[in-house]
Design a binder for this molecule. Structure first.
Ligand code: GLY
Length: 573
């Protein structure tokens, strides 16, 4: 059959199955990186069926809600950052929300914080936002319908999948908490109460049913229908406070991305309630005052010392100033270059400083922002759409609550509020008044989906999992590529370090040589060595090609969707 094609171009999309290699180059321009091969496959299948990077990333996110639901899922929240083909920058926020009955001191008993209340069980749950955000981004910028992306994920939930080592380890670690809730026990543990081991098949028929209900009835089934009612009545029977009305009031929000410039590169970050966009920008602004490139070449420990000092100052500000900007004043001055220069002047290049408290950004009351848990998905397509989604249920398996019959793991994002000033949360982060609990407010997050543009064109997208270390992972990836000229693969793979002001210590991956640690200790830093931390995914443009990276610390996957234009000539041959 002849097809007349003057300008009509068919798009054939071939999927290249890219083994679990952490780095994959793409001649074509459709690429995706996630922490789970099945999620990457779902994304490449979305490309194959004509979807764009937004569809691919959402397909991955929905699949992760099945095969990686200890990290993210419909019961959690997410931030979505886009650079659209026409150059627009978009931030869609699906962060969880405190229920209407939440109160500032809800986790205090006799004046003391009871950490378990905000981490396990009904009171830990915030109203989930991920599904609303996925639906919104698809409706506005996708090419596929939500139902088309839900159904393949439902099939995996029903037929089951072999759990990987990381899933099995997290199951084993949380088994006793999971066992406290009947439906959770039935879904995630074996009939004898033991956790599944790596390689064993986990089937989730309830979750499959929930996905199919959303596919059939839309998000109303979740936010205004049977799911919201089931959660509300379960909560009422178990001393929880989330109601069906809280679900009905939930809305994903479109926000204004944070745009700053670092050494000529445009850095696009996520605004509050993420702290990531603000502090990635602030840390880079502080470090712009130093010649990191030559310092790194001469004395890498001296360069790392400066970075640690910048992190410390930014995290001190985070603890004081950051919160949901719809509720509290978050000064724009935090990303002001002159403020960063002031902070940079307080850094002694030879000695660790004791940072006692937050700084005072300019116009702190008048110029305000308007308005190895967790997962990150990076995707880009041939039209020039670039997508960064970070999604979470907070700590492994969130609150450990699954409402019977639903299969959906509910988050424990309420722990990201500061329960009491100065009392650390599950990540050791302290907060202040700005991040206190209030009804309808969204807890502060460290999730930092980030885009880098050069001359208006997308150059890199990066994001990570791992609580507050997310901010540091993103900063290190940017510094290593922009300042040190490392490839994206090196930047992600090389050992990491992190400082979050409190506790006053540098978290250091074991792969650093002893001399490096000693170099920091000589400057007065306390070193806390850990095996590894964090999981970063990234996509970049190197040598005219797209390159996708999944963190070699986990068994993720990069997938490529190749789009071939088929011309008349090609068809005649
Ligand atoms: N739940 C971790 C974060 O959002 O930072």
């Amino acid at each position: 059959m002849r097809i007349s094609l003057a300008w009509i171009v068919s798009v054939l999309v071939l999927t290249l199955c890219c083994e679990s290699r952490p780095v994959v180059w793409a001649q074509s321009r459709c690429i995706v990186a996630t922490v789970q091969p099945l999620a990457t496959d779902a994304a490449t299948a979305a490309f194959v069926s004509g979807g764009n990077a937004i569809d691919a990333a959402v397909a991955a996110a929905l699949t992760l809600g099945v095969v990686d639901n200890h990290n993210s899922g419909l019961g959690g929240g997410c931030f979505i950052l886009l650079r659209l083909a026409d150059g627009r920058l978009v931030a869609i926020e699906g962060r969880e929300m405190a229920p209407a009955a939440a109160t500032r001191d809800m986790y205090l008993r006799d004046g003391q914080v009871v950490p378990e209340l905000s981490t396990i069980g009904p009171l830990a749950v915030g109203v989930p936002g991920a599904l609303a955000a996925y639906a919104l981004v698809l409706e506005k910028y996708g090419q596929r319908k939500l139902e088309d992306l839900l159904l393949p994920a439902a099939r995996i939930a029903e037929e089951g999948f072999a759990i990987d080592g990381r899933y099995a380890a997290n199951l084993a670690k949380t088994a006793s908490s999971l066992a406290r809730f009947a439906a959770t026990r039935a879904v995630l543990l074996k009939p004898d109460g033991m956790p599944y081991r790596a390689g064993e098949i986990l089937k989730q028929p309830d979750l499959a049913r929930s996905y199919r209900q959303v596919a059939r009835h839309g998000t109303d089934w979740f936010y205004r229908g049977p799911y919201a009612q089931a959660v509300g009545s379960w909560m009422a029977r178990h001393e929880g406070i989330v109601t069906a009305a809280d679900f009905a009031h939930y809305m994903a929000r479109q926000r204004k991305p944070i745009v700053t410039v670092y050494r000529g590169y445009t850095i696009v970050g996520f605004p509050p309630p993420s702290s990531g966009g603000v502090h990635v920008a602030q840390i880079l602004n502080i470090l712009e005052n130093f010649d990191l490139r030559s310092l790194q070449a001469k004395d890498p420990v001296a360069a790392s010392h400066l970075i640690v000092e910048a992190l410390k100052r930014a995290f001190a500000d985070r603890a004081h100033w950051l919160g949901d900007a719809d509720y509290v004043d978050v000064p724009r001055g935090l990303i002001d270059k002159s403020y960063a220069a002031r902070l940079a002047q307080t850094i002694d290049p030879c000695r660790a400083a004791k940072v006692e408290a937050h700084g005072n950004p300019p116009q702190g009351t008048s110029d305000l922002f308007g308005n190895r848990h967790t997962t990150h998905i990076a995707a880009a397509d041939s039209d020039g759409n670039w997508v960064a989604i970070t999604a979470t249920v907070n700590t492994s398996f969130g609150s450990c609550v699954i409402v019977p019959g639903t299969g959906i793991v509910l988050n424990n994002e309420m722990d990201d509020f500061s329960s009491q000033p100065g009392t650390p949360n599950a990540f050791g982060l302290v907060g202040a008044e700005n991040n206190a609990i209030a009804p309808g407010k969204r807890p502060l997050s460290s999730m930092s989906p980030t885009l880098v543009l050069q001359d208006g064109q997308p150059l890199l997208t990066v994001g990570a999992a791992g609580g507050p270390t997310i901010i540091t992972q993103v900063v290190l990836t940017l510094l290593r590529t922009i300042d040190y000229g490392q490839t994206l693969a090196e930047a992600v793979a090389r050992p990491r370090y992190h400082h979050q002001w409190l506790p006053d210590q540098v978290l250091v991956e074991q792969a650093f040589p002893a001399e490096w640690n000693q170099g920091l200790q000589h400057r007065g830093h306390r070193i806390e060595q850990v095996d590894q931390f964090g999981v970063t995914q990234a996509i970049g443009r190197e040598g005219g090609k797209l390159i996708g990276i999944h963190d070699p610390r986990v068994s993720g996957k990069v997938g490529i969707g190749i789009r071939k234009k088929v011309s008349d000539t090609f068809l005649k041959e």
